[in-house]
Design a protein around this ligand. Sequence first.
Ligand code: S3P
Length: 432
Amino acid sequence: MSKKTIHPAKAVAGGVAPPGDKSISHRYAMLAGIAEGASELSNFALAADCHSTLACMKALGAEVKVDKSLVRVTGHGLHGLKSSRRALDAGNSGTTIRLLSGILAGQNFITKIAGDGSLNKRPMKRILTPLREMGAQILARDENFAPLEIHGGKLRGIHYEMPMASAQVKSAVLLAGLFAEGDTIVLEPARTRDHTELALEEFGVPIERHGLTTRIRGDGKIKLTGRKIEVPGDLSSAVFFIAAASLFPESSLHIQGVGLNPTRTAVLDVFARMGATIEMLSLRSAQGEVIGDLAVKGARLKGGVIERAEIPLVIDELPMLAALGPFTEEGIEIRDAAELRVKESDRIAALAENLRRMGAKVEERPDGLKVEGRGAGKLHGAEIQPHGDHRIAMAFAVAALGAEGPTTIRDAECAGVSYPTFYDDLARVAEA
Ligand code: S3P
């Protein structure tokens, strides 16, 4: 496995365009695969995760052609998928297995789906419960884990009050709702990213939304039509560069073409609260989503607490925010985030372990962590163990820019799960 050495920097400057959004790419690939006719998806994520989704859609009978970030998918309509001869492989991707399970629940065939060692340890009961209530039969290891064997069939719409704030669970139910008889209604306990709702509308499915309730009408008239559609750049990837630029007073970075959907931008509010200097420029709309540029200048970060309803809105950015703790005045405290323990790694443990390796003072808690600020001393270079988790690897590559001495990231290529060109892009803007 490859190691990557990151040297300290003095500033972060120039321009960067993060690759296409991972969450949105998954959804466009799945919907294009059950739409009628051809779809052209531009700026599709380079992320390995989204290529797992494309491979699954191909195995289910959609035609998929990939030319770098331009992806063409031709579907055969809502009932056009075919049984796959092989078990589907979702790789490292929770979004692939959880969202696709919603679609597979509505098929009149059996599908086996599993992932890598990490994914097969992540909880699936959260989707099994509503999908079974809709009428699907699903076998799971120990009633909670992949491999899953999904016996799809006739589904009925349900009114599902979600016990947790999860866009993946909401999306799995809504996607199953496409195949159900009667209305499917989902009530979220707190707002989560709404890319599935927006994507469904773009592909021609009317969605009704009132507050935290979303409804799909199961009136037998649902039809998705192939589309030409652009994927915005991934804000969750851009966050590593926002953080990197914020570390140095001399920084001036322009981040181009980033998705700024309001259900994703809470992280910008957190940065603003901490004293970061970020300006949104050139806002435009792209098929329901919002795209813009970000101009980031160096800052003296204050730090602070991240908790409660904000957590699901910044869940993927918490590794980077936590790793910024030692560079802030007051440190960073994360509460109410036990969900971090069941991501691509146990992110609370991985953050605490690696922050300590770099000399930070950290208190690990069941549902979060408290990272001491600048007063606890400067970070030093160390050997980082990302535990196969892309966001841990990238968060510490950024922290390494502000540390004393070089840092080595073990198993560095795991960044490719969401951002294969990350280290090259970082090296281009980091000034020694
Ligand atoms: C995602 C939802 C979030 C997020 C994940 C992507 C999505 O997961 O952490 O990286 O694309 O819907 P949860 O729904 O489990 O919170």
